[in-house]
Design a protein around this ligand. Structure first.
Ligand SMILES: Cc1cc2nc3c(=O)[nH]c(=O)nc-3n(C[C@H](O)[C@H](O)[C@H](O)COP(=O)(O)O)c2cc1C
Ligand code: SF4
Length: 402
């Protein structure tokens, strides 16, 4: 994405003019050819969602809605906020193009409740763009706070004044979303690519990432898809001391050993390594960290943040947290590893939304790549880095031990 606002402005102006002369089907085909995949974590091709929402609106007769998800659920990965600060107009233009394709007259930019100044910047950009939005009504809305507020089906509930709990899919939002209307939900970063693609068929080859942890210059960076994790850390000034691991994708994704710095940051390669893009946070984990404590801290967060509507995740996050805290507190048993594997498999198979489906990545990657940390706690009753504090004073058993 060009960083130059004047260039972006000129291209967006041309793009908005161009959509008047191009049919929606041609626009969908153009976006399909560009290969644009969702930047919100899962990497769904945007063209497929646009086509589905357009078709649903035509067959149901219900008026479709466009939502730009600028929520930034992971507080350590403020990508949409950064994008709004650098070029809110690109999001408005992207929303306008999506709305034109799905024949929508209404769009919402959805933000985190803490993003007050970004909301104001977004509203200024909408007001400036209004004369060229051709009757499209674009407004902003605030989510509830909390990690699940950014998940698309919870987001739909929020826009219907309900709690941020996930919904069963299908029907997918593009088929039947907010108030039963076909709803095109795209990450703000994804939609911001549309003006560039429409004006000249840009290849969407970059991604915003948030580099955190033990690096010299933490911050939000734009990197080419396929950049290695090591090169991403270098972009943020390089590691600040020896590293133990690289945590990729935020709270529901896994930690790779530091030796895996050659893994490429793109959808397929991350999946092959057992992690996912998620919130696009890349966190350098220092050599002094105990990975059992890291996993316990992440699961304790997930136990608090899950929406509670499905049993595998609600119960699974509580059980996994309890076991990990037990291991961390030198109360672990050999059988705990089997239980963690089984609970993770169950969550990955039966959870209702991406939260519970992907969280087991933390268990799988850490037990595979940092087995020595688990072994030291379980076999020798010691923390390998001497950093773990006791967080449980006794075990409780709720299941027969194998
Ligand atoms: C727990 C959870 C939190 C999420 N938070 C966000 C978020 O803050 N912003 C976002 O764009 N997508 C978030 N997503 C992904 C959305 O559900 C959805 O897939 C995305 O907004 C679709 O846009 P895209 O296709 O452009 O990626 C989250 C998913 C999960 C499971
Ligand atoms: S997986 Fe977790 S967050 Fe998602 S619906 Fe189930 S309980 Fe809610």
């Amino acid at each position: 994405m060009p960083a130059n606002p004047t260039l972006l402005e000129a291209r967006a102006t041309r793009a908005l003019e161009a959509i008047g002369e191009t049919t929606p089907d041609e626009l969908v085909a153009l976006i399909e050819r560009s290969g644009l995949r969702g930047r919100g974590g899962a990497g769904h091709p945007l063209a497929h969602k646009l086509a589905a929402a357009r078709a649903a609106a035509a067959t149901s007769g219900a008026s479709p809605l466009v939502v730009a998800n600028a929520y930034d659920a992971d507080p350590a990965s403020p990508l949409s906020r950064t994008l709004i600060t650098r070029g809110a107009a690109a999001i408005v233009d992207g929303v306008a193009i999506a709305a034109r394709i799905v024949a929508s007259s209404e769009a919402i930019v959805y933000l985190h409740p803490d993003a007050k100044s970004e909301r104001a910047a977004m509203e200024r950009a909408i007001a400036e763009r209004r004369p060229r939005l051709g009757g499209l009504d674009v407004t902003t809305a605030l989510g509830p706070g909390g990690f699940m507020g950014g998940e698309e089906s919870a987001l739909m509930n929020v826009l219907e004044s309900r709690r941020a709990m996930a919904r069963q899919r299908p029907p997918y939002p593009a088929q039947q979303g907010v108030a039963m209307r076909p709803t095109l939900i795209g990450c703000a970063e994804t939609l911001a690519w549309l003006p560039l693609i429409v004006d000249g068929g840009a290849a969407p080859l970059t991604k915003l990432v948030s580099v955190t942890g033990a690096v010299r210059a933490p911050g939000v960076y734009e990197v080419a898809l396929g950049t290695t994790l090591g090169a991403i850390l270098e972009k943020a000034g390089g590691a600040d001391g020896a590293l133990k691991g690289i945590h990729v994708g935020g709270p529901t994704s896994g930690i790779l050993a530091a030796s895996r710095a050659d893994v490429r940051f793109d959808f397929e390669d991350l999946a092959a390594a057992g992690v996912h893009m998620g919130s696009a946070q890349v966190r350098a984990v220092p050599a002094t960290a105990c990975i059992v404590a890291e996993a316990a801290r992440l699961w304790s967060y997930l136990e608090r943040e899950n929406c509670g509507i499905c049993v595998p995740c609600r119960v699974g996050t509580a059980r996994v947290t309890g076991i990990l805290e037990g291991v961390q507190s030198q109360l672990g048993r050999e059988s705990d590893l089997a239980w963690l594997g089984e609970l993770g498999d169950h969550m990955a198979a039966f959870s209702l939304c991406g939260f519970g489906l992907t969280a087991p990545s933390i268990l799988r990657t850490t037990m595979r790549e940092f087995a020595a940390d688990y072994r030291a706690h379980i076999d020798e009753r010691r923390c390998p880095t001497g950093t773990c504090a006791v967080v449980r004073s006794r075990r409780y058993e709720t299941m027969a031990q194998p």
